[in-house]
Design a protein around this ligand. Structure first.
Ligand SMILES: [Ca+2]
Ligand SMILES: [Ca+2]
Length: 180
């Protein structure tokens, strides 16, 4: 027992005397650097995830507002007729515009809003959008795995982290009001 103890003490003393070599210090700094960057990446990832959840929650609220607009006026934003779902002549607009009919009225019949006091900006600072002719991609968030190809969906949407609307993919976050 005593012999083993001496052996360990000897090893301990030896390494204590030696201290850290330059290489060991470099390796420690590199390891700390890698751990710090991993932590940063995971924090950024968590923040982006919470922004995406917020966009989805906003879109759910906006959908409620659009459904209330439909009930009162029998049309969608920009007076888009409910049927047919796909109509290439209808225009895309931002949902905070009065033409959308959510927070103010631009000539809607039987309008009884505002259906939302203020249409918020999405978590990336872009206005939410109404697109009566959106092409879903199979991987688009909210398209539920259905890539429509040539067909179109009527959606409300956030352009996502890159702030640009994309068709058939990208980081858009959509809520489908109806499909053609
Ligand atoms: Ca479109
Ligand atoms: Ca996008």
């Amino acid at each position: 027992m005593g012999g083993t103890e001496n052996f360990y003490m000897g090893a301990l003393n030896k390494s204590n005397n030696k201290g850290f070599t330059f290489i060991e210090v470099l390796i420690s700094i590199a390891v700390i650097g890698v751990l710090a960057s991993l932590l940063t990446v995971s924090l950024l990832g968590a923040r982006e995830k919470s922004r995406i959840s917020r966009a989805k929650a906003d879109l759910n609220q906006l959908q409620n507002a659009v459904r209330a607009l439909e009930t009162d006026t029998n049309v969608d934003p920009n007076k888009t007729p409910l049927i047919p779902c796909s109509d290439g002549s209808m225009t895309e607009i931002y949902l905070h515009e009065c033409k959308a009919g959510i927070q103010c009225n631009d000539g809607f019949q039987r309008w009884r809003g505002p259906y939302m006091d203020v249409v918020p900006l999405d978590p990336w600072g872009t206005n939410y959008y109404f697109d009566p002719t959106y092409q879903c991609g199979a991987g688009t968030s909210g398209c539920n795995g259905i890539g429509d190809g040539a067909n179109t969906s009527r959606v409300i949407q956030s352009f996502g982290p890159n702030k640009v609307q994309e068709m058939n993919g990208g980081d858009d976050i959509v809520l489908v009001l109806c499909r053609s």
